[in-house]
Design a protein around this ligand. Structure first.
Ligand SMILES: [Mg+2]
Length: 374
């Protein structure tokens, strides 16, 4: 008798998480646990007024990165930074990291030095310590990082706190990491086609390549918000793209939102890349992943303070759930905004990088529309 198996890819990323969660539902829940699965990091009580936050992420060669175009020191940096980003998204300060590394047989001591130098540099930059881990041989380079952070209970920010009337805010600029990936993939293709006669030209794209290979966690932004006396009502980091993250906040907070497309900032270099590939730069900004900026909401009384902050943009408003998540631009008017972010396990790992592409252009999707179209 043959048994039939269900491929994991049939679940999709969210279905997969729901499925895992259902298998774990019988574990008795501690009264000190404040948030488990379903936010950027788990949060639990660690004292009378202190909360700890904990997050973990894996980076796997061939799925999350391509070793041919990321120096190992950048990879070490990025592995720490993406975890710090999740801690920061809870309005928390990172404290400790552990690192487990699977090293393939062709990995050299020099490459390992680079990897750990990069991690050390990131730990110093974010004021945290690397306190342990594990190593093993592996078929491909593999990193699993856990970061623990701390926040006063009165300061913690979840995805679930956005209210109708709040303003939607974004730090920095977006779409750059995706533009950087486009450039790198294109250069790799040229190299494969033309062989050694090809001279990569990366000079013109320093900024976007750096956004892709060496992203920054925005600890400085939560420090700036604190200084300005602003506590966001909800927050998430932009790992899967602005559109996808707005949906996460909407879902967890039980609200809808309108994103003003012209207000979503991108760097001129991001535009140059989009132009070169004849893509829509707004699609890069809305759907490109891995920028690790912070998307957050603030109460109306705080919007002036946000306006006064450098490097933070107000990109939209929070509305009733029935209106759904929409995008507004003068050209198209009000349109439903599809999440369209990265969907892990959705296809062969290599194409995971490229969920959207010029041809497919899943910018705005009518089928999801449930609002009033006003
Ligand atoms: Mg996150």
């Amino acid at each position: 008798m043959s048994q039939s198996f269900t491929p994991i890819s049939s679940l999709g990323e969210f279905g997969l998480i729901d499925r895992m969660q259902s298998r774990l539902a019988d574990i008795p829940r501690s009264e000190n646990l404040i948030v488990g699965i379903g936010d950027d990091a788990a949060v639990y009580r660690a004292g009378d007024t202190k909360l700890h936050v904990v997050t973990t992420d894996v980076l796997i060669e061939g799925v999350h990165f391509d070793r041919t175009f990321i120096p190992t020191s950048y990879l070490g940096w990025k592995a720490i930074a993406v975890n710090v980003s999740d801690v920061v998204a809870m309005n928390a300060k990172p404290l400790y990291a552990t690192v487990s590394a699977g090293l393939p047989r062709n990995f050299s001591v020099e490459m390992m030095d680079g990897l750990y130098d990069g991690m050390a540099e990131a730990c110093k930059a974010y004021g945290m310590e690397l306190v342990g881990g594990d190593t093993s041989t592996a078929h491909a380079l593999y990193l699993s990082i856990t970061v623990i952070g701390e926040v006063d209970e009165k300061d913690v920010v979840f995805r679930r706190g956005a209210n109708v009337g709040d303003y939607l805010c974004l730090s920095g600029d977006v779409g750059g990491a995706y533009a950087g990936l486009k450039v790198l993939l294109d250069q790799r293709e040229q190299l494969e086609n033309m062989g050694d006669s090809y001279e990569p030209d990366l000079e013109a794209f320093q900024y976007v390549i750096r956004r892709q290979l060496r992203p920054k966690a925005r600890l400085d932004v939560i420090e700036g918000l604190k200084k300005a006396g602003v506590r966001p009502t909800s927050m998430i980091d932009v790992s899967d793209g602005v559109a996808s993250e707005v949906h996460h906040i909407g879902l967890r907070s039980g609200v809808g939102a309108t994103v003003r497309v012209p207000a979503v900032p991108f760097d001129p270099e991001t535009r140059a890349v989009a132009d070169q590939f004849m893509d829509d730069v707004d699609a890069y900004a809305l759907f490109g992943g891995e920028d690790y900026e912070l998307l957050f909401t603030v109460a109306p009384e705080d919007v002036q303070a946000i306006d006064d902050m450098e490097g933070v943009s107000v990109i939209g408003t929070i509305e009733e759930a029935a209106k759904g998540v929409r995008a507004y631009s003068p050209d198209t008017g009000l349109m439903p905004l599809h999440p369209a972010g990265y969907q892990h396990f959705d296809g062969p790992p290599q194409t995971d990088y490229e969920t959207f592409d010029g041809e497919e252009g899943p910018s705005f999707d009518d089928t999801e529309f449930s609002g009033d179209g006003a």
